[in-house]
Design a binder for this molecule. Structure first.
Ligand code: BTN
Length: 251
C-alpha cells in the first residue's frame, strides 16, 4: 500500500480494518522504530478515537476518513511548532475548498464548512533534546456521514449532496498534505504560511462570538502569534487579549 504521487506523506500506508486510535497505533510504530517520515496509519473503524482536550472522537465506521501521519519535523525550532498545525489546517482547507467555497479554519486547527465542523485534528509531538523527534498528525474528516449528534457538525457529503469514494478522497487529501508539508520543509515559506492561515481563519477581522470568563462576548481575531496564541479584540475588554488553547472557546 503506497502512493507514488506524493514526495513524503503516504509513501507508506498502513491500513487497519479496525483499531482503537490511529494516533496510538502511529505512536506504537514510532516506538518500535518501524516508520519512515510520512508513514500513514488509516482505519475504517476507529473504536476509541481521541479528540482535543481529552474528548472522544466518534468516526462512524466506513463513512469517514480517520488517519494519522507520522512526521519528523526536526528542521523546525520548537517555538515554531504551530506551523505544523497551520500547514495541516491549510492543506485540509484547500482540499475541502475544492468542493465548498465557504471552508474556514477555526483556530487552532478545526475545519468548518458553511459554519459547521467537518474535520478534527489532533497533533501529538515528541521531543528529543531541543528538537522534534516526531509529530503525529491525527486527522478525522467527515466524508459521507449523514446523521449527526450535534447540529454544529457536518460532512463533505452533506454540504455537497453527493457521496464520495473514501479511497479517492484519501489520495486526494494526501496530495494536499504532502504539498503543504514540502512547502514547510523548504524553510523559506514560514511567513507566507502564517499569512495564508490568517486569510482563511474564522473571525479574522470579522465580528464573531467567544465564550470568555463564562460570558458570550462579541469580538474579532486580530492575529495568531508564532507560538500559536490567538489575539482577540473583545467588545467587553479595553485591550487586545492573547489566549492559549484552554483559555477561550468559540460559541
Ligand atoms: C478534535 O476535533 O477534537 C480532534 C479530533 C481528532 C480525531 C482524529 S481521527 C484520527 C486520529 N486518531 C485519533 O484518535 N484522533 C485523531
Amino acid at each position: 500500500n503506497s502512493t507514488q504521487d506524493t514526495l513524503i506523506i503516504g509513501k507508506k500506508v498502513i491500513y487497519l480494518p479496525t483499531c482503537h486510535s490511529t494516533n496510538d497505533i502511529a505512536a506504537e510504530i514510532v516506538h518500535a522504530g518501524l516508520f519512515e517520515e510520512g508513514t500513514v496509519v488509516i482505519t475504517d473503524n476507529q473504536v476509541k478515537g481521541r479528540g482535543q482536550r481529552g474528548t472522544v472522537w466518534n468516526a462512524n465506521a466506513g463513512e469517514n476518513l480517520t488517519f494519522s501521519v507520522v512526521l519528523t519535523p526536526g528542521f523546525l525550532p520548537i517555538p515554531e511548532q504551530f506551523l505544523i498545525s497551520q500547514v495541516t489546517a491549510l492543506a485540509i482547507r484547500s482540499y475541502l475548498g475544492s468542493y465548498v467555497a465557504d471552508t474556514k479554519v477555526k483556530w487552532p486547527n478545526d475545519i468548518y464548512m458553511n459554519n459547521r465542523k467537518a474535520v478534527g485534528v489532533l497533533i501529538e509531538n515528541s521531543l528529543q533534546g531541543n528538537r522534534f523527534a516526531t509529530s503525529i498528525v491525527g486527522i478525522g474528516v467527515n466524508i459521507n456521514q449523514s446523521v449527526f449528534e450535534s447540529d454544529h457538525a457536518t460532512s463533505l457529503a452533506r454540504e455537497t449532496d453527493r457521496r464520495f469514494s473514501l479511497a479517492e478522497e484519501f489520495r486526494k487529501l494526501l496530495k494536499f498534505l504532502d504539498a503543504y508539508y514540502v512547502r514547510l520543509r523548504s524553510g523559506s515559506q514560514h511567513d507566507a504560511i502564517r499569512a495564508e492561515y490568517l486569510n482563511h481563519l474564522h473571525g479574522y477581522r470579522q465580528e464573531v462570538r467567544f465564550l470568555h470568563k463564562g460570558n458570550i462576548t462579541n469580538g474579532s481575531v486580530t492575529n495568531v502569534t508564532t507560538l500559536g496564541k490567538l489575539r482577540v479584540r473583545l467588545a467587553t475588554e479595553p485591550e487586545e487579549l492573547e489566549f492559549g488553547l484552554k483559555e477561550i472557546e468559540w460559541v
